[in-house]
Design a protein around this ligand. Sequence first.
Ligand code: ZN
Length: 152
Amino acid sequence: MKDGEIALTEEQISKLADGSSFGRGVDYYESGNICNPVRLGKELRGECYGSREQPYKIRVVLREGGVDDASCSCPRGGFCKHIVALLLQYVHEPDSFENIQSLNITLARKSKEELIAVIGDLLLREAFPGFRGGAGSGYVQGATAGCGCLGA
Ligand SMILES: [Zn+2]
């Protein structure tokens, strides 16, 4: 257990989950459906692939011995399987969560030009969700050109 991490158990998650959410969340976690998990203090965020092409966005606020608040962008609402999957990932693989506090320190050391490149990259990803360039990977300089279409 590292500094600032909050202990959470699988049992606690199963008590919070409603209906069949826990079992289905276990399936999602074990299938590796969670992506981009991040942690900022007591807040966890991540995405979970489900039945749609775009992943659902999950946000959970932890408190000592439990969960303070949890939400997911899926239409079901409540304490859904996506939230369960994210929390299971936190219980079993806390190191897979990128610590945003350390990211902020990294950003603070970057030059203005580097930051512009990183933010430009993020905006591009927001506009084109399929875009997977690395951070600061030449939105400004022009990365390799590509298109997902099949025709010429
Ligand atoms: Zn959900």
